[in-house]
Design a protein around this ligand. Structure first.
Ligand code: HEM
Ligand code: HEM
Length: 164
């Protein structure tokens, strides 16, 4: 059984975290473009380019998620620490799989909105999926902090420098 996430798993985790947070926080250009597009108004080439940064960052998340899923199946992941109560271990596992679902659903809904002008996809993207992503991130960081400072387990190390 592995004791740490592999180096490629760690790199994809932090790279994806950065890309996702970028797209969650810097939304101005895409929001303006989306508004104009759904009103049937013309976009300047500059507006399209600025919005495309959001689109390409999001598509990178989709591609990295595929790679990460392959890594997970090929290399496995370390087991949840035994210090953690069984119920919370299950919560962590469900949360991680919910993240994986969002890594696909969020970009796919964005693609539906941006490239196909689909209003339902846009609603899902900017409403429930966005909310769920924020909620999971908050719970995830909270969980890591509890591990680090309450249970004092090496969970953070497994995703940073690695545990021997
Ligand atoms: C993990 C990846 C992504 C994240 C976290 C993300 C996040 C966001 C957020 C936070 C907004 C603003 C929501 C609001 O109005 O409050 C937004 C809007 C938008 N995103 Fe993304 N996005 C991602 C991927 C993509 C991709 C791949 C595309 C297209 C190729 C895309 C297209 C759009 C469009 C068109 C809007 C505006 C929709 C509207 O105004 O109705 N997104 N996204
Ligand atoms: C957008 C932000 C983030 C996302 C989407 C995310 C997603 C994930 C996912 C899906 C896993 C499960 C492991 C896997 O299957 O690859 C994981 C594990 C982990 N994440 Fe994050 N993460 C984010 C931010 C962070 C931050 C800010 C921290 C540090 C405070 C962090 C620390 C960890 C740790 C320590 C693990 C390992 C948990 C374990 O050993 O079971 N993550 N993350």
């Amino acid at each position: 059984m592995v004791s740490s996430f592999s180096v490629p798993q760690r790199i994809t985790h932090w790279l994806m975290a950065a890309l996702i947070l970028f797209n969650l926080l810097f939304t101005d250009a895409m929001e303006t473009a989306g508004r104009l597009m759904f009103r049937g108004q013309a976009l300047t080439p500059e507006q399209v380019s600025a919005a495309n940064i959001h689109a390409y960052v999001g598509i990178s998340v989709l591609v990295l998620a595929l790679i990460r899923l392959c890594l997970r199946f090929a290399q496995g992941v370390p087991p949840e620490p035994v210090e953690e109560p069984p119920f919370l271990r299950m919560v962590a596992r469900v949360g991680h799989w919910a993240f994986y679902a969002l890594f696909f659903l969020m970009p796919l809904a964005g693609i539906g909105a941006w490239y196909f002008g689909n209003k339902t996809a846009a609603f899902a993207h900017t409403g429930p999926l966005k909310l769920l992503m924020w909620a999971l991130i908050a719970a995830h960081i909270g969980g890591v902090l509890v591990h680090q400072f309450y249970w004092k387990t090496n969970v953070l190390k497994r995703m940073t420098s690695g545990v021997n």
